[in-house]
Design a protein around this ligand. Structure first.
Ligand code: UT7
Length: 324
């Protein structure tokens, strides 16, 4: 019994930005970026490719695969930290774009772990409201939240969106279990400014801009340790070994993080889906984009056990198991 994925979809902006393009902006090189991150290109949104447009297009593709229409959808959850506006939510804009009139809609912000947290939210909702169909989306345009003069961060991120349609069925397939974590005491290792949440003198807000700030080395170390811990906890809880996993789809942050994680877990490299070279780190969108690519490339067979894991600002992290 579980929340089954009926369809997947994704949407990437047209414009591709290579490492050589970045060499013209900051003191970096293609060689440095490839060897330290595995990233070769990323996509950058233009006007008409706002976060909610990417999200709605990805959702439309997932609905098409599921052979459903927007009228069938009861709930839309969008995971994002780069919504077009703070209010209304990205999910409400997606609802408008799709014309999903009966759906209610809200956003989740758990940074790069947003999709996993949203999937867990959607799964728990469907276990109570069993006759509903929902959209869970991860969508980001981090190019709009990047300091393009900071070589420590601007080389990492990219834009895009991915979506799944979920329905609860009396079946052994679907979301099996999740282990999710947060540690807010480590917030200052990876964060993005907003206008301060106080203004006692009632002045015009003056803040350093909504840019990602990061202690890369610290984030790197914690990411490997935290994702390994979440995965091991999940495997123990479900009483299975790593060899039972058919495909692992990790958050696509950095090839070195993934290689370290893979070697610590002892999972066969062949079972790990990687596309970070094409899109960089698309935060909450990275897992649903990868899931859609894996699905459309025929890498998923009915009954496969799928492991997804993520790490992001907050800190937030976790792992989930899905029976395909
Ligand atoms: O979803 C989670 C989001 N965040 C992440 O996943 C980030 C996790 N961290 C990382 O991926 C890595 O820490 C980075 C890719 C950000 C950096 O790689 P690193 O191997 O940890 O490099 P570093 O920060 O230790 O820097 C090494 C050197 C420094 O120079 P010095 O001090 O040794 O002279 C940096 O100034 O590399 C320099 N450097 C660069 N050089 C060329 C930093 N950024 C660049 C750059 N190009 N873009």
């Amino acid at each position: 019994m579980g929340s089954i994925i009926l369809g997947t979809g994704s949407c990437l902006p047209e414009r591709e930005m290579s490492n050589h393009d970045l060499e013209k902006l900051v003191d970096t090189s293609d060689e440095w970026i490839v060897s330290r991150t595995g990233i070769e290109t990323r996509r950058i949104s233009g006007k008409g490719e706002e976060t909610y447009i990417l999200a709605a297009t990805a959702a439309g593709n997932a609905l098409e695969m599921a052979q459903l229409t927007a009228d069938d959808i009861d709930l839309i959850i969008v995971a994002s930290m780069s919504a077009h506006m703070i209010m209304p939510s990205c999910a409400c804009f997606v609802q408008k774009e799709l014309g999903a009139k009966k759906a209610f809609a809200y956003d989740i912000n758990a940074a790069c772990s947003g999709f996993l947290f949203a999937l867990d939210n959607g799964d728990k909702y469907l276990r109570v409201e069993q006759n509903k169909k929902i959209l869970v989306i991860g969508a980001e345009t981090l190019s709009s939240r990047t300091n393009w003069q900071d070589r420590n961060t601007c080389i990492l991120f990219g834009d895009g969106a991915g979506a799944v349609v979920l329905e609860y069925q009396e079946d052994t397939r679907g979301v099996v279990a999740s282990e999710l974590f947060s540690d807010g005491s480590l917030w200052n290792l990876l964060y993005m400014h907003n206008a301060p949440s106080y203004n006692p003198e009632l002045e015009q807000p003056d803040y350093p801009g909504a840019h990602i700030m990061m202690e890369g080395r610290e984030v790197f170390k914690y990411a490997v340790k935290a994702m390994e811990g979440a995965i091991r906890a999940l495997l123990v809880r479900e009483n299975i070994g790593i060899d039972s996993i058919d495909l692992m789809i990790p958050h696509q942050a950095n090839i070195r993080i993934l290689k370290k994680l893979v070697s610590r877990l002892g999972i066969d490299q062949e079972k790990v889906f990687i596309n970070v070279q094409k899109y960089g780190n698309t935060s909450a969108a990275s897992i649903p984009i990868a899931l859609d690519e894996a699905n459309r490339e025929g890498k998923l067979t009915r009954g496969d056990l799928l492991l997804v894991c993520s790490f992001g600002g907050g800190f937030t992290w976790g792992a989930s198991l899905l029976r395909w």
